[in-house]
Design a protein around this ligand. Sequence first.
Ligand SMILES: Cc1cc2nc3c(=O)[nH]c(=O)nc-3n(C[C@H](O)[C@H](O)[C@H](O)COP(=O)(O)O)c2cc1C
Length: 248
Amino acid sequence: MDNKTIDTLMQHRSIRRFAERGVDDNLLAEIVDCGLRASNTGNMQLYSVIATREEPLRTELCKLHFGQCSTAPLWLTVCTDVHRYHRYCAVNGCDQPYGNLLWFLSALVDASLCAQNICVAAEARGLGFCYLGTVMYNTRQIAELLQCPEGVVPVITMAMGYPAEEGRMSERLGRDAVLHSEVYHDPSDAELVATHRVRDDDPFNRRMVEENGTRNYCEIFTTKRYPRATNEAVSADLMQVLKEKGML
Ligand SMILES: Cc1cc2nc3c(=O)[nH]c(=O)nc-3n(C[C@H](O)[C@H](O)[C@H](O)COP(=O)(O)O)c2cc1C
């Protein structure tokens, strides 16, 4: 990999405020083509990418993401898509065997690899982006707004455009937490605490603990951001959507 690619990857930061300038068709085509070059299961490309730039759709979509990234001129919704392949099977007189867990997970992996390639290409061309996990909270409504047929489920969203902020370089767990040599090494509590110090001692995170009035950084996530009851309710609804959409 050339240094520029490494620099792009190592300089990544999410961008949530965008300049008015839109993303033109040529640039959109280029970054999506980079997404399409990602490896994917069986080269079946069981995903679709929906680009939303026009009003009023863009504002409606933003609302379904709880108003996040409202200045983004380009919204990319990446969907798992067995619909297109099933139609290809049908015109070839073949069985249509892909609406099940194996193929949902395969499509999800493929969609993720495609999305991340798009994002790296976008950053290399001076764009910024933020993934929006809220796609999982309003999946049914987003699918309806974007007219997704059966077999097509929105799973990843990126709000994108030219940055109007620098963004903050957030901390990461280091290699010592993540990279295991030969086999999985389950850390002792002391090792775990040591590898998470980068997170717990980060000044930005410490400020968040104060603002949230929690005992520690971890508790922001378990009690405020992603508490059990919400996780379970959203999971149950997602399971329902996947079934309704013929994905499972
Ligand atoms: C699947 C996924 C969902 C995310 N959802 C949101 C979101 O809804 N809102 C948001 O502000 N950031 C969201 N993010 C961005 C993360 O918060 C961000 O990537 C993480 O804090 C690390 O920061 P960085 O990307 O600036 O390095 C999401 C990221 C991913 C990969």
